[in-house]
Design a protein around this ligand. Structure first.
Ligand code: C5P
Length: 210
């Protein structure tokens, strides 16, 4: 069983993806970490994340262990990640890694949940279930702002909102694998939904198709 979850930042994809994976006994991959890890490696080597050749070279050396660095969760990594993610050779270099994860999930799991921006459209177009999780920009920025506060990270709401809008625009308007719902995706708007209600709606959608 393959579940593809796509949508913009802070819409609730990760929380939902982890819960679905646990519920169905599936492996889970947050594919945003792949682009964050490439950006972070580039920054460690003082490389420009907008340099296509350097980014593709780093992408080709990526390993599963690179995704485990806790520093990847920060917002600086997110902006640079969305720059490297717009480079076609970078996306090509990490496609097989994601497809292998889906085809041969680790730990003997009977399938996988992948979340990102292009899972239902490019990485796993044949996924059994596709969800597009979204929410208003303000609701997502408020969630991210609160999350940063809880982690003790100083931030300014207006800045968080502006960064998110910039990243949404870059991810949606890029030429390769832009952020768009697959035509057969279930649209789940979490603006007014708590995590439990979003999980229940996703389960209902999946059950209606089995
Ligand atoms: O999901 P997350 O916010 O961690 O993703 C960081 C960035 O990585 C996104 O803004 C997007 O540019 C890129 N990304 C992508 N395709 C994916 C997952 C993430 O382009 N499947």
């Amino acid at each position: 069983m393959i579940i593809a979850i796509d949508g913009p930042a802070a819409a609730g994809k990760g929380t939902l993806g982890r819960r679905l994976a646990e519920h169905f006994g599936l492996a889970y991959l947050d594919t945003g970490l792949i682009y964050r890890a490439i950006a972070s490696k580039m920054s460690q080597r003082d490389l420009d994340p907008a340099d296509p050749e350097a980014a593709a070279a780093v992408a080709r050396t990526l390993s599963a262990e690179d995704l485990e660095d806790p520093a990847l969760r920060g917002d600086e990594a997110a902006q640079a990640a969305s720059q490297v993610a717009a480079i076609p050779d970078v996306r090509a270099a990490v496609l097989d890694f994601q497809r292998d994860f889906a085809a041969h999930p680790p730990g003997g799991a009977r399938g996988a949940v992948l979340d990102g921006r292009d899972i239902g459209t490019v990485v796993c177009p044949g996924a059994d279930h596709k969800l597009f999780v979204t929410a208003d920009l303000e609701a997502r920025a408020t969630r991210r702002f609160q999350e940063l506060r809880e982690r003790g990270v100083e931030s300014i709401y207006a800045r968080v909102l502006e960064d998110m809008a910039e990243r949404d625009a870059r991810d949606s308007q890029r030429e390769v694998a832009p952020l768009v719902p697959a035509i057969d995706a279930f649209m789940l708007d979490t603006t007014e939904l708590e995590a439990d209600a979003a999980f229940a709606a996703a389960l209902k959608f999946i059950a209606s198709r089995c």
